[in-house]
Design a protein around this ligand. Structure first.
Ligand SMILES: [Zn+2]
Length: 61
């Protein structure tokens, strides 16, 4: 399954920053080094609230 890093975000689980990763186009995770925190499905997660800065790749939100 492809995973895509979309930028840096603040993790709602532990309150620390990490890399926001979308897996399989639907599942939002935040990666802190080797630790992954699952946040939720993309339709339930407010990415604009989590993201600190966004990469200008695609504007789909
Ligand atoms: Zn976390």
């Amino acid at each position: 399954m492809p995973s895509k890093a979309i930028g840096m975000g603040m993790c709602p689980r532990c309150g620390r920053p990490g890399t926001v990763v979308i897996k399989a186009g639907n599942y939002v995770y935040i990666k802190h080094g080797n630790t992954w925190h699952y946040i939720g499905t993309i339709d339930k997660v407010n990415l604009n609230k989590i993201l600190i800065k966004k990469r200008e790749e695609r504007r789909s939100y």
